[in-house]
Write a protein that binds this ligand. Sequence first.
Ligand code: GDP
Length: 524
Amino acid sequence: MAFKEEIQRRRTFGIVSHPDAGKTTLTEKFLLFGGAIHVAGAVKSNKIKKTATSDFMEIEKQRGISVATSVMGFEYKGYKVNILDTPGHQDFAEDTYRTLTAVDSVIIVIDAAKGVEAQTRKLMEVCRMRNTPVIVFVNKMDRPSRDPYEILDEIEEELKIEVRPLSWPIGNGPDFKGVYNLFEQSLYLFTPNKQTLEEGISLDVNDGKLADEIGKSSAEELREELELVNGVYPEFDKSPYLEGKVAPVFFGSALNNFGVRELLHCFLEIAPSPRPSVTEEREVQPSEEKFSGFVFKIHANMDPNHRNRLAFVKICSGHFQRNTNYKHVRLGKQMKFSSPTAFMAEKKSIVDEAFPGDIIGIPDSGNFKIGDSLSENEPLHFKGLPSFSPELFRYIENADPMKSKQLAKGIDQLMDEGVAQLFVSQFNGRKVIGTVGALQFEVIQYRLLHEYGASCRYEPINLYKACWLESDDETELQDFKKRKNQYMAKDKFGRDVFLADSSYMLDMARENFKNIKFHFSTEF
Ligand code: GDP
Protein backbone atom coordinates (compact mmCIF):
# COMPACT_ATOMS: atom_id res chain seq x y z
CA MET A 1 0.00 0.00 0.00
CA ALA A 2 1.24 3.47 -0.78
CA PHE A 3 2.63 5.47 2.13
CA LYS A 4 -0.05 8.18 1.80
CA GLU A 5 -2.84 5.62 1.96
CA GLU A 6 -1.31 4.07 5.06
CA ILE A 7 -1.62 7.45 6.73
CA GLN A 8 -5.09 8.19 5.41
CA ARG A 9 -6.52 4.95 6.73
CA ARG A 10 -5.29 5.42 10.28
CA ARG A 11 -7.53 6.56 13.12
CA THR A 12 -5.71 7.06 16.40
CA PHE A 13 -7.98 8.13 19.20
CA GLY A 14 -8.75 7.93 22.88
CA ILE A 15 -11.96 6.99 24.67
CA VAL A 16 -12.34 8.98 27.86
CA SER A 17 -14.94 9.28 30.56
CA HIS A 18 -15.60 9.89 34.18
CA PRO A 19 -15.19 6.51 35.94
CA ASP A 20 -18.19 4.24 35.46
CA ALA A 21 -19.75 6.06 32.52
CA GLY A 22 -18.94 3.09 30.29
CA LYS A 23 -15.54 3.62 28.67
CA THR A 24 -14.38 0.03 29.15
CA THR A 25 -17.67 -1.38 27.90
CA LEU A 26 -17.60 0.80 24.79
CA THR A 27 -13.96 -0.02 24.07
CA GLU A 28 -14.78 -3.69 24.27
CA LYS A 29 -17.67 -3.38 21.85
CA PHE A 30 -15.43 -1.59 19.36
CA LEU A 31 -12.93 -4.41 19.60
CA LEU A 32 -15.68 -6.96 19.07
CA PHE A 33 -16.68 -5.16 15.88
CA GLY A 34 -13.11 -5.10 14.75
CA GLY A 35 -12.89 -8.83 15.31
CA ALA A 36 -9.96 -8.10 17.58
CA ILE A 37 -11.58 -10.01 20.41
CA HIS A 38 -14.30 -12.60 20.29
CA VAL A 39 -15.89 -12.69 23.68
CA ALA A 40 -17.24 -10.00 25.91
CA GLY A 41 -15.22 -9.53 29.05
CA ALA A 42 -11.88 -9.83 27.28
CA VAL A 43 -10.98 -6.23 27.99
CA LYS A 44 -10.17 -5.80 31.62
CA SER A 45 -11.07 -2.53 33.14
CA ASN A 46 -7.92 -0.73 34.15
CA LYS A 47 -9.78 0.88 36.93
CA ILE A 48 -7.92 0.98 40.17
CA LYS A 49 -10.37 0.65 42.94
CA LYS A 50 -10.22 3.01 45.86
CA THR A 51 -9.83 0.11 48.25
CA ALA A 52 -6.61 -0.82 46.49
CA THR A 53 -4.77 2.01 48.21
CA SER A 54 -3.88 -0.25 51.08
CA ASP A 55 -2.83 -3.13 48.91
CA PHE A 56 0.02 -2.19 46.69
CA MET A 57 0.38 -5.51 44.89
CA GLU A 58 -3.23 -5.23 43.90
CA ILE A 59 -2.42 -1.91 42.26
CA GLU A 60 0.47 -3.51 40.48
CA LYS A 61 -1.65 -6.36 39.24
CA GLN A 62 -4.11 -3.86 37.90
CA ARG A 63 -1.37 -1.78 36.38
CA GLY A 64 -0.14 -4.90 34.65
CA ILE A 65 -3.54 -5.26 33.10
CA SER A 66 -3.61 -1.66 32.11
CA VAL A 67 -0.37 -1.87 30.14
CA ALA A 68 -1.72 -4.79 28.16
CA THR A 69 -4.67 -2.72 27.14
CA SER A 70 -3.01 0.64 26.92
CA VAL A 71 -2.99 0.60 23.11
CA MET A 72 -5.39 -1.52 21.14
CA GLY A 73 -5.04 -1.67 17.41
CA PHE A 74 -7.29 -3.43 14.97
CA GLU A 75 -8.26 -3.49 11.30
CA TYR A 76 -11.83 -2.69 10.36
CA LYS A 77 -13.28 -2.00 6.91
CA GLY A 78 -9.91 -1.05 5.55
CA TYR A 79 -9.11 1.29 8.45
CA LYS A 80 -6.32 0.77 10.92
CA VAL A 81 -7.85 1.78 14.24
CA ASN A 82 -5.63 2.54 17.24
CA ILE A 83 -7.46 3.05 20.53
CA LEU A 84 -5.35 4.54 23.28
CA ASP A 85 -6.66 3.62 26.67
CA THR A 86 -6.39 6.03 29.55
CA PRO A 87 -6.42 5.29 33.25
CA GLY A 88 -9.85 5.91 34.69
CA HIS A 89 -8.63 6.43 38.23
CA GLN A 90 -8.27 10.14 38.76
CA ASP A 91 -5.02 9.73 40.69
CA PHE A 92 -3.45 8.89 37.36
CA ALA A 93 -4.99 11.81 35.52
CA GLU A 94 -1.61 13.16 34.49
CA ASP A 95 -0.99 9.95 32.57
CA THR A 96 -4.31 10.44 30.83
CA TYR A 97 -3.47 14.02 29.87
CA ARG A 98 -0.21 12.89 28.30
CA THR A 99 -1.93 10.11 26.41
CA LEU A 100 -4.26 12.71 24.96
CA THR A 101 -1.25 14.40 23.35
CA ALA A 102 -0.76 11.28 21.25
CA VAL A 103 -4.28 11.00 19.84
CA ASP A 104 -5.79 12.68 16.81
CA SER A 105 -9.32 12.67 18.18
CA VAL A 106 -11.37 11.66 21.19
CA ILE A 107 -14.66 9.99 22.03
CA ILE A 108 -16.14 11.15 25.32
CA VAL A 109 -18.57 8.83 27.06
CA ILE A 110 -21.23 10.40 29.26
CA ASP A 111 -23.71 8.67 31.54
CA ALA A 112 -27.23 9.65 30.39
CA ALA A 113 -28.50 9.86 33.97
CA LYS A 114 -25.53 11.69 35.45
CA GLY A 115 -24.60 13.99 32.59
CA VAL A 116 -21.26 15.80 32.62
CA GLU A 117 -19.13 14.82 35.63
CA ALA A 118 -15.98 16.27 37.17
CA GLN A 119 -13.42 14.17 35.34
CA THR A 120 -15.15 14.72 32.00
CA ARG A 121 -14.78 18.46 32.46
CA LYS A 122 -11.06 18.21 33.14
CA LEU A 123 -10.44 15.90 30.21
CA MET A 124 -12.29 18.24 27.91
CA GLU A 125 -10.09 21.12 29.04
CA VAL A 126 -7.09 19.16 27.82
CA CYS A 127 -8.79 18.43 24.50
CA ARG A 128 -9.62 22.10 24.13
CA MET A 129 -5.99 23.09 24.65
CA ARG A 130 -5.05 21.37 21.41
CA ASN A 131 -8.36 21.64 19.56
CA THR A 132 -8.77 17.89 19.50
CA PRO A 133 -11.91 16.85 17.60
CA VAL A 134 -14.42 15.30 19.98
CA ILE A 135 -17.43 13.03 19.52
CA VAL A 136 -19.76 12.49 22.48
CA PHE A 137 -21.50 9.20 23.21
CA VAL A 138 -24.37 9.51 25.67
CA ASN A 139 -24.47 6.05 27.22
CA LYS A 140 -26.89 3.96 29.30
CA MET A 141 -30.05 5.07 27.53
CA ASP A 142 -31.55 1.74 28.61
CA ARG A 143 -31.72 3.23 32.10
CA PRO A 144 -33.94 6.10 33.16
CA SER A 145 -32.14 9.07 31.67
CA ARG A 146 -32.28 12.79 31.66
CA ASP A 147 -33.99 14.71 28.93
CA PRO A 148 -31.79 14.74 25.80
CA TYR A 149 -32.06 18.53 25.40
CA GLU A 150 -30.99 18.99 28.98
CA ILE A 151 -27.97 16.74 28.44
CA LEU A 152 -27.02 18.58 25.25
CA ASP A 153 -27.29 21.95 26.97
CA GLU A 154 -25.17 20.71 29.80
CA ILE A 155 -22.49 19.47 27.40
CA GLU A 156 -22.42 22.86 25.68
CA GLU A 157 -22.28 24.74 28.93
CA GLU A 158 -19.96 22.59 30.97
CA LEU A 159 -17.66 21.31 28.26
CA LYS A 160 -17.70 24.63 26.42
CA ILE A 161 -18.20 23.12 23.00
CA GLU A 162 -21.09 23.37 20.57
CA VAL A 163 -22.98 20.16 19.96
CA ARG A 164 -24.72 18.61 16.98
CA PRO A 165 -26.82 15.51 17.72
CA LEU A 166 -26.36 12.95 14.97
CA SER A 167 -28.74 10.49 16.53
CA TRP A 168 -31.83 11.03 18.59
CA PRO A 169 -33.20 8.74 21.30
CA ILE A 170 -36.76 7.47 21.24
CA GLY A 171 -37.69 7.24 24.91
CA ASN A 172 -35.36 6.03 27.63
CA GLY A 173 -35.11 3.49 30.43
CA PRO A 174 -37.77 0.77 30.25
CA ASP A 175 -39.43 2.73 27.41
CA PHE A 176 -36.31 3.05 25.31
CA LYS A 177 -37.32 2.14 21.78
CA GLY A 178 -34.19 2.99 19.87
CA VAL A 179 -32.58 5.87 18.06
CA TYR A 180 -33.12 7.69 14.84
CA ASN A 181 -29.79 8.18 13.13
CA LEU A 182 -29.64 11.60 11.52
CA PHE A 183 -26.30 10.95 9.91
CA GLU A 184 -27.56 7.93 7.97
CA GLN A 185 -31.31 8.77 7.97
CA SER A 186 -32.16 5.43 9.43
CA LEU A 187 -34.01 3.96 12.35
CA TYR A 188 -32.41 1.61 14.83
CA LEU A 189 -34.71 -0.37 17.07
CA PHE A 190 -33.55 -1.34 20.49
CA THR A 191 -33.51 -4.93 21.68
CA PRO A 192 -31.97 -5.44 25.10
CA ASN A 193 -28.97 -7.71 25.53
CA LYS A 194 -28.35 -8.04 21.88
CA GLN A 195 -25.07 -9.69 21.14
CA THR A 196 -25.21 -9.45 17.38
CA LEU A 197 -24.73 -6.34 15.31
CA GLU A 198 -27.85 -4.39 14.68
CA GLU A 199 -28.80 -3.28 11.20
CA GLY A 200 -30.54 0.03 10.79
CA ILE A 201 -33.73 0.39 8.81
CA SER A 202 -33.32 3.07 6.19
CA LEU A 203 -36.30 5.23 6.79
CA ASP A 204 -37.12 8.85 6.27
CA VAL A 205 -38.74 10.31 9.40
CA ASN A 206 -41.71 11.34 7.33
CA ASP A 207 -42.25 7.85 6.02
CA GLY A 208 -45.58 6.43 7.20
CA LYS A 209 -43.82 3.18 8.05
CA LEU A 210 -42.23 4.86 11.05
CA ALA A 211 -45.49 4.46 12.97
CA ASP A 212 -45.52 0.72 12.21
CA GLU A 213 -42.14 0.41 13.81
CA ILE A 214 -42.42 2.49 16.94
CA GLY A 215 -46.11 3.25 17.32
CA LYS A 216 -48.12 6.25 16.24
CA SER A 217 -47.57 8.54 19.18
CA SER A 218 -43.83 7.87 19.38
CA ALA A 219 -43.54 8.48 15.66
CA GLU A 220 -45.30 11.82 15.96
CA GLU A 221 -43.24 12.83 18.91
CA LEU A 222 -40.03 11.87 17.15
CA ARG A 223 -40.99 13.93 14.08
CA GLU A 224 -41.64 16.93 16.24
CA GLU A 225 -38.44 16.52 18.14
CA LEU A 226 -36.34 16.09 15.04
CA GLU A 227 -37.90 19.15 13.51
CA LEU A 228 -36.88 21.06 16.57
CA VAL A 229 -33.39 19.53 16.58
CA ASN A 230 -32.86 20.47 12.96
CA GLY A 231 -34.17 23.93 13.69
CA VAL A 232 -32.00 24.54 16.73
CA TYR A 233 -28.74 23.00 15.59
CA PRO A 234 -27.08 23.96 12.33
CA GLU A 235 -26.62 21.20 9.78
CA PHE A 236 -23.70 18.95 10.54
CA ASP A 237 -20.51 20.09 8.91
CA LYS A 238 -17.24 18.24 9.18
CA SER A 239 -14.91 21.24 9.34
CA PRO A 240 -15.97 22.75 12.68
CA TYR A 241 -15.82 19.24 14.10
CA LEU A 242 -12.27 18.83 12.85
CA GLU A 243 -11.36 22.20 14.33
CA GLY A 244 -12.65 21.05 17.71
CA LYS A 245 -15.50 23.56 17.74
CA VAL A 246 -18.50 21.28 17.36
CA ALA A 247 -19.00 17.87 18.91
CA PRO A 248 -21.33 15.41 17.16
CA VAL A 249 -23.42 13.56 19.75
CA PHE A 250 -24.72 9.99 19.65
CA PHE A 251 -27.06 8.23 22.05
CA GLY A 252 -27.01 4.54 22.87
CA SER A 253 -26.20 1.80 25.29
CA ALA A 254 -22.75 0.30 25.16
CA LEU A 255 -23.69 -2.61 27.39
CA ASN A 256 -26.46 -3.57 25.00
CA ASN A 257 -24.28 -3.02 21.98
CA PHE A 258 -26.73 -0.41 20.87
CA GLY A 259 -25.74 2.68 18.94
CA VAL A 260 -22.16 1.51 18.97
CA ARG A 261 -21.84 0.48 15.38
CA GLU A 262 -23.23 3.74 14.02
CA LEU A 263 -20.91 5.59 16.29
CA LEU A 264 -17.95 3.63 14.98
CA HIS A 265 -18.99 4.02 11.36
CA CYS A 266 -19.54 7.73 11.63
CA PHE A 267 -16.32 8.08 13.58
CA LEU A 268 -14.30 6.28 10.88
CA GLU A 269 -15.83 8.48 8.23
CA ILE A 270 -15.40 11.86 9.86
CA ALA A 271 -12.53 11.50 12.36
CA PRO A 272 -9.16 12.85 11.26
CA SER A 273 -6.30 10.73 10.04
CA PRO A 274 -2.97 11.61 11.71
CA ARG A 275 -2.65 15.36 12.09
CA PRO A 276 0.47 17.50 11.84
CA SER A 277 2.55 17.74 15.02
CA VAL A 278 3.98 20.93 16.42
CA THR A 279 7.64 21.07 17.38
CA GLU A 280 9.65 23.98 18.69
CA GLU A 281 11.37 24.12 15.32
CA ARG A 282 8.49 23.70 12.88
CA GLU A 283 5.27 21.85 12.07
CA VAL A 284 5.85 18.23 11.10
CA GLN A 285 3.54 16.71 8.47
CA PRO A 286 2.72 13.01 8.77
CA SER A 287 3.41 12.59 5.05
CA GLU A 288 7.03 13.70 5.33
CA GLU A 289 9.35 10.94 4.23
CA LYS A 290 11.62 11.09 7.22
CA PHE A 291 10.65 9.35 10.40
CA SER A 292 9.99 11.28 13.60
CA GLY A 293 8.15 10.52 16.82
CA PHE A 294 8.05 11.22 20.54
CA VAL A 295 7.76 9.35 23.82
CA PHE A 296 4.48 10.09 25.61
CA LYS A 297 4.41 7.32 28.17
CA ILE A 298 6.86 5.08 29.94
CA HIS A 299 5.71 1.97 31.64
CA ALA A 300 8.07 0.43 34.14
CA ASN A 301 7.96 -3.16 35.09
CA MET A 302 7.96 -3.23 38.83
CA ASP A 303 9.11 -6.80 39.10
CA PRO A 304 12.69 -6.36 40.41
CA ASN A 305 13.86 -9.35 38.35
CA HIS A 306 12.74 -7.79 35.10
CA ARG A 307 13.54 -4.19 35.53
CA ASN A 308 12.92 -3.26 31.90
CA ARG A 309 10.74 -0.41 30.86
CA LEU A 310 8.62 0.13 27.82
CA ALA A 311 8.68 3.53 26.14
CA PHE A 312 5.57 4.31 24.11
CA VAL A 313 6.41 6.23 20.96
CA LYS A 314 3.84 8.00 18.80
CA ILE A 315 4.95 8.06 15.19
CA CYS A 316 4.46 11.55 13.79
CA SER A 317 5.98 11.29 10.32
CA GLY A 318 7.69 8.94 7.93
CA HIS A 319 8.10 5.24 7.86
CA PHE A 320 9.54 3.65 10.98
CA GLN A 321 11.65 0.57 10.45
CA ARG A 322 13.11 -1.96 12.81
CA ASN A 323 16.91 -2.14 13.17
CA THR A 324 17.40 1.25 11.57
CA ASN A 325 19.46 4.02 13.07
CA TYR A 326 17.50 6.96 14.45
CA LYS A 327 18.59 9.92 16.43
CA HIS A 328 17.71 10.21 20.09
CA VAL A 329 17.58 13.99 20.02
CA ARG A 330 18.14 14.76 23.71
CA LEU A 331 21.10 12.41 24.00
CA GLY A 332 22.41 13.33 20.55
CA LYS A 333 22.95 9.66 19.95
CA GLN A 334 22.12 7.21 17.16
CA MET A 335 20.08 4.27 18.33
CA LYS A 336 18.44 1.34 16.63
CA PHE A 337 15.70 -0.84 17.95
CA SER A 338 15.66 -4.57 17.43
CA SER A 339 12.37 -5.35 19.08
CA PRO A 340 9.83 -2.58 18.74
CA THR A 341 6.36 -3.88 19.51
CA ALA A 342 2.99 -3.09 18.06
CA PHE A 343 -0.19 -3.54 19.99
CA MET A 344 -2.98 -5.48 18.35
CA ALA A 345 -5.88 -5.89 20.75
CA GLU A 346 -4.59 -7.94 23.65
CA LYS A 347 -1.42 -9.03 21.93
CA LYS A 348 1.96 -7.43 21.68
CA SER A 349 4.18 -8.48 18.82
CA ILE A 350 7.44 -7.36 17.29
CA VAL A 351 6.95 -5.25 14.18
CA ASP A 352 9.23 -4.44 11.28
CA GLU A 353 7.60 -1.19 10.35
CA ALA A 354 5.05 1.34 11.51
CA PHE A 355 3.39 4.45 10.11
CA PRO A 356 2.28 7.87 11.33
CA GLY A 357 -0.56 7.45 13.80
CA ASP A 358 0.82 4.17 15.08
CA ILE A 359 2.15 3.65 18.56
CA ILE A 360 5.13 1.40 19.10
CA GLY A 361 6.58 0.15 22.34
CA ILE A 362 10.36 0.25 22.68
CA PRO A 363 12.02 -1.79 25.43
CA ASP A 364 14.19 0.63 27.33
CA SER A 365 16.82 0.35 30.00
CA GLY A 366 16.72 3.99 31.04
CA ASN A 367 17.48 6.00 27.91
CA PHE A 368 14.09 7.60 27.58
CA LYS A 369 12.22 10.35 29.36
CA ILE A 370 8.72 11.49 28.65
CA GLY A 371 8.81 14.02 25.86
CA ASP A 372 11.95 12.66 24.17
CA SER A 373 12.07 12.84 20.37
CA LEU A 374 13.38 10.38 17.83
CA SER A 375 14.15 11.47 14.29
CA GLU A 376 16.30 10.96 11.24
CA ASN A 377 18.95 13.40 12.35
CA GLU A 378 16.84 16.53 12.52
CA PRO A 379 16.88 17.98 16.05
CA LEU A 380 13.12 18.18 16.61
CA HIS A 381 11.51 18.93 19.96
CA PHE A 382 7.83 18.07 20.07
CA LYS A 383 5.61 20.49 21.92
CA GLY A 384 2.44 19.88 23.80
CA LEU A 385 3.42 17.58 26.64
CA PRO A 386 2.43 19.93 29.39
CA SER A 387 2.91 19.57 33.12
CA PHE A 388 -0.07 20.54 35.22
CA SER A 389 0.01 21.86 38.72
CA PRO A 390 -0.21 18.94 41.13
CA GLU A 391 -3.01 18.84 43.67
CA LEU A 392 -1.11 17.32 46.58
CA PHE A 393 2.36 18.13 47.88
CA ARG A 394 4.76 16.57 50.37
CA TYR A 395 8.36 16.97 51.29
CA ILE A 396 10.35 13.87 50.50
CA GLU A 397 13.19 13.00 52.86
CA ASN A 398 15.85 10.35 52.93
CA ALA A 399 15.10 7.75 55.58
CA ASP A 400 18.34 5.83 55.16
CA PRO A 401 21.49 8.00 55.14
CA MET A 402 23.52 5.14 53.62
CA LYS A 403 21.37 5.17 50.53
CA SER A 404 21.21 8.80 49.52
CA LYS A 405 22.64 8.16 46.05
CA GLN A 406 20.11 5.44 45.37
CA LEU A 407 17.35 7.73 46.52
CA ALA A 408 18.45 10.55 44.26
CA LYS A 409 18.69 8.23 41.27
CA GLY A 410 15.35 6.62 42.03
CA ILE A 411 13.57 9.95 42.35
CA ASP A 412 15.17 11.14 39.15
CA GLN A 413 14.07 8.13 37.14
CA LEU A 414 10.55 8.03 38.54
CA MET A 415 10.15 11.69 37.62
CA ASP A 416 11.40 10.92 34.09
CA GLU A 417 8.64 8.37 33.85
CA GLY A 418 6.16 11.03 34.84
CA VAL A 419 4.97 9.32 38.02
CA ALA A 420 4.90 12.68 39.83
CA GLN A 421 6.62 16.06 39.74
CA LEU A 422 9.60 17.20 41.72
CA PHE A 423 10.19 20.76 42.87
CA VAL A 424 13.35 21.84 44.59
CA SER A 425 12.92 24.72 46.96
CA GLN A 426 15.23 27.62 46.12
CA PHE A 427 15.08 28.68 49.72
CA ASN A 428 16.24 25.61 51.60
CA GLY A 429 17.00 23.04 48.90
CA ARG A 430 14.35 20.63 50.15
CA LYS A 431 12.63 18.38 47.66
CA VAL A 432 8.88 18.59 47.24
CA ILE A 433 6.91 15.88 45.43
CA GLY A 434 3.66 16.92 43.81
CA THR A 435 1.02 14.45 42.69
CA VAL A 436 -2.51 14.40 41.39
CA GLY A 437 -3.65 11.79 43.88
CA ALA A 438 -2.62 10.26 47.18
CA LEU A 439 -2.02 6.87 45.60
CA GLN A 440 1.09 8.10 43.87
CA PHE A 441 2.94 8.85 47.09
CA GLU A 442 2.54 5.24 47.99
CA VAL A 443 3.61 4.09 44.54
CA ILE A 444 6.78 6.19 44.81
CA GLN A 445 7.69 4.96 48.26
CA TYR A 446 7.16 1.36 47.28
CA ARG A 447 9.09 1.62 44.06
CA LEU A 448 12.01 3.48 45.61
CA LEU A 449 12.40 0.67 48.08
CA HIS A 450 11.86 -2.25 45.74
CA GLU A 451 13.61 -0.99 42.66
CA TYR A 452 16.35 1.23 44.07
CA GLY A 453 16.78 -0.06 47.62
CA ALA A 454 16.14 3.44 48.95
CA SER A 455 13.84 4.46 51.77
CA CYS A 456 12.02 7.71 51.87
CA ARG A 457 9.66 9.35 54.25
CA TYR A 458 7.24 12.19 53.65
CA GLU A 459 6.65 15.31 55.61
CA PRO A 460 3.63 17.52 55.26
CA ILE A 461 3.83 20.81 53.46
CA ASN A 462 0.86 23.06 53.11
CA LEU A 463 0.61 24.10 49.46
CA TYR A 464 -2.25 25.07 47.23
CA LYS A 465 -0.83 25.12 43.70
CA ALA A 466 2.37 25.21 41.72
CA CYS A 467 2.40 28.14 39.29
CA TRP A 468 4.68 28.63 36.34
CA LEU A 469 5.51 32.27 35.78
CA GLU A 470 5.38 34.35 32.64
CA SER A 471 6.21 38.01 32.30
CA ASP A 472 7.62 40.56 29.87
CA ASP A 473 8.68 42.69 32.78
CA GLU A 474 12.01 41.24 33.86
CA THR A 475 12.44 43.73 36.74
CA GLU A 476 9.08 42.91 38.23
CA LEU A 477 9.76 39.19 37.84
CA GLN A 478 13.09 39.49 39.63
CA ASP A 479 11.49 41.56 42.34
CA PHE A 480 8.76 38.97 42.79
CA LYS A 481 11.25 36.12 42.99
CA LYS A 482 13.24 37.98 45.59
CA ARG A 483 10.27 38.85 47.73
CA LYS A 484 8.73 35.40 47.48
CA ASN A 485 12.07 33.71 47.89
CA GLN A 486 10.65 31.33 50.47
CA TYR A 487 8.05 30.06 48.02
CA MET A 488 10.19 29.78 44.92
CA ALA A 489 11.26 26.42 43.55
CA LYS A 490 12.62 24.91 40.33
CA ASP A 491 10.88 22.13 38.43
CA LYS A 492 12.90 19.36 36.86
CA PHE A 493 13.55 21.39 33.72
CA GLY A 494 14.95 24.22 35.81
CA ARG A 495 11.92 26.45 35.32
CA ASP A 496 10.87 28.83 38.07
CA VAL A 497 7.81 27.74 39.97
CA PHE A 498 5.91 29.67 42.59
CA LEU A 499 4.51 27.37 45.26
CA ALA A 500 1.50 29.23 46.63
CA ASP A 501 0.24 28.03 49.98
CA SER A 502 -3.33 29.27 49.58
CA SER A 503 -5.63 30.71 46.97
CA TYR A 504 -5.59 33.90 49.00
CA MET A 505 -1.83 34.15 48.69
CA LEU A 506 -2.11 33.60 44.96
CA ASP A 507 -4.81 36.26 44.62
CA MET A 508 -2.62 38.71 46.51
CA ALA A 509 0.34 37.92 44.28
CA ARG A 510 -1.81 38.51 41.20
CA GLU A 511 -3.03 41.75 42.68
CA ASN A 512 0.41 43.06 43.58
CA PHE A 513 2.31 41.87 40.52
CA LYS A 514 0.08 42.79 37.64
CA ASN A 515 2.72 42.14 35.00
CA ILE A 516 3.23 38.55 35.99
CA LYS A 517 1.01 35.75 34.78
CA PHE A 518 0.60 32.72 37.03
CA HIS A 519 -0.12 29.53 35.11
CA PHE A 520 -1.35 26.18 36.42
CA SER A 521 0.21 24.35 33.50
CA THR A 522 3.41 24.68 31.49
CA GLU A 523 1.50 25.14 28.26
CA PHE A 524 0.69 28.80 27.86
P1 GDP B 1 -15.70 2.90 32.87
O1 GDP B 1 -15.33 3.11 34.30
O2 GDP B 1 -16.08 4.18 32.20
O3 GDP B 1 -14.73 2.09 32.08
O4 GDP B 1 -17.10 2.08 32.93
P2 GDP B 1 -17.43 0.56 32.62
O5 GDP B 1 -17.41 0.30 31.16
O6 GDP B 1 -16.62 -0.32 33.49
O7 GDP B 1 -18.96 0.53 33.08
C1 GDP B 1 -19.36 0.83 34.40
C2 GDP B 1 -20.64 0.05 34.73
O8 GDP B 1 -21.71 0.50 33.92
C3 GDP B 1 -20.49 -1.43 34.48
O9 GDP B 1 -21.17 -2.13 35.49
C4 GDP B 1 -21.19 -1.62 33.14
O10 GDP B 1 -21.71 -2.91 32.99
C5 GDP B 1 -22.27 -0.58 33.21
N1 GDP B 1 -22.70 -0.12 31.88
C6 GDP B 1 -21.90 0.25 30.83
N2 GDP B 1 -22.66 0.60 29.77
C7 GDP B 1 -23.95 0.46 30.15
C8 GDP B 1 -25.21 0.65 29.48
O11 GDP B 1 -25.29 1.03 28.32
N3 GDP B 1 -26.33 0.42 30.23
C9 GDP B 1 -26.29 -0.01 31.51
N4 GDP B 1 -27.44 -0.23 32.12
N5 GDP B 1 -25.13 -0.22 32.15
C10 GDP B 1 -23.97 0.01 31.49
